[in-house]
Design a protein around this ligand. Structure first.
Ligand code: GDP
Ligand code: MG
Length: 374
């Protein structure tokens, strides 16, 4: 292995020279102060393979050595990324702040990177923040009032994970339906055959609203029931809640065969990965989405991120257990402002200033892998 010595007035300049002369994946072996600034010992990555001590019978470039070198490379890459992070922050502070805001608010990496890449150059921090707000508002798929599924009517089934708030939301929507169409034009159907209490819960709401409640324990029963309800303007079906990975999710697809339109009910308070799972399983093919439990969601970022990426039209939001008061029409600006405010919340999950270079290391490694894979 040939190791070369670089002397430069500062680390950034030194790194730039190392990269220019030894290639992008050059490895810095050590740095130390020098009367003229800093001294770096560096080697081209490809030359490292011959340097590791060989065990008896081991060939240069064997998998053990490569593994070890890859580990070493990862460590050094993090160090380089630390430098890169510092320089990125100096060069493009608005872009870095934008990424930090999005992550702190609970938005995910994919969306944060896409938006950061599109941020117009030369904006100061305030202008960048305004740009971010506008872009999020514009991209949040909020259903216009004229397309409110309750107002439009038809046969609608609420689908979603256990405890997402389907039955409660159905009661709220039914109350709205009664306002719009009158009690005589609304019917409820309990298709939640899995939980004993589920039917009883719905029966209370049906009673209060003065609308009929039917039961349909399976798809065949539902198929037989729906023609009898053809004169109703609005039929709301409460479905069994189960985990997104449960095979009974197939029941959701059976609804399509009956011409039933689906509304995905998703709790905004879910952790990011669970939100993603719920949106994928229940949101795909749904005509609209209702986000519930906003009152229990200190950071809305992940939920809005999911709606934007899945292009899932938001019809209503729920902010509590009260029927029907806690059902609201969604306002994109309000939701985005609330989400961005969530970035200021200090929690043990918030990235600390000192964590960012480490994070940048992971990002740099991802970029390196992507380049490799490409
Ligand atoms: N805080 C809060 N609780 C809600 C909201 N929507 C539903 N819930 C509660 O969440 C729990 C589960 O709701 P439920 O409608 O039975 O969920 P389902 O299993 O999807 O039918 C109940 O205690 C509801 O009162 C909401 O918007 N905010
Ligand atoms: Mg239920």
């Amino acid at each position: 292995m040939s190791v070369r010595v670089f002397v430069a007035s500062n680390a950034r300049e030194g790194l730039a020279r190392v990269r220019r002369e030894l290639g992008e994946d050059a490895v810095v072996l050590s740095t130390r102060p020098h009367p003229q600034g800093v001294e770096l010992l560096a080697s081209a990555y490809g030359e490292l393979t011959v340097s590791a001590p060989l065990e008896a019978g081991e060939q240069p470039g064997s998998s053990r050595i490569l593994q070890e070198l890859n580990r070493l490379r990862g460590l050094l890459q993090n160090q380089l990324a630390g430098f890169a992070w510092g320089s990125a922050r100096r060069r493009d502070p608005a872009r870095v702040t934008l990424m930090q805001t999005l992550f702190a608010a609970g938005f995910g990496g994919a969306l944060a990177r896409t938006l950061a890449a599109r941020l117009p150059r030369g904006l100061d921090a305030d202008a960048a923040q305004r740009w971010l707000r506008q872009v999020l508002i514009r991209n949040l798929p909020v259903l216009p009032r004229s397309e409110d599924p309750i107002r439009r009517g038809g046969v609608l089934a609420l689908v979603g994970s256990t405890g997402a708030g389907k039955t409660t939301t159905l009661a709220k929507l039914a109350a709205r339906g009664v306002d719009v169409h009158g009690a005589g034009s609304v019917a409820l159907v309990a298709a939640d055959a899995w939980r004993v209490a589920a039917g009883a819960q719905l029966a209370v709401y049906a009673d209060l609203l003065g609308v009929p409640l039917h039961t349909a324990p399976d798809a065949a029963a539902l198929a037989a029931l729906l023609p009898q309800l053809a004169d109703k303007k609005l039929v709301l079906i409460d479905t069994a809640g189960h985990a997104p990975q449960d095979p009974r999710v197939r029941d959701v697809v059976a609804l399509d065969a009956l011409g039933v339109r689906r509304i995905a009910v998703i709790a905004a308070s879910l952790q990011g990965a669970a939100l993603e799972q719920a949106m994928t399983r229940f949101g795909t093919g749904a005509v609209a989405c209702v986000l519930t439990k906003l009152d229990e969601t200190p950071q809305l970022g992940a939920a809005l991120d999911g709606l934007i990426r899945h292009r899932l039209p938001l019809a209503h939001v729920c902010t509590g257990q009260r029927v029907p008061e806690d059902l609201h029409a969604p306002h994109a600006a309000y939701l985005v402002d609330r989400a961005l405010k969530g970035a200021r919340l200090a929690t043990p999950y918030t990235l600390h200033t000192d964590d960012w270079p480490l994070f940048a290391g992971v990002e740099a490694e991802r970029a390196a892998k992507d380049t490799h894979a490409a």
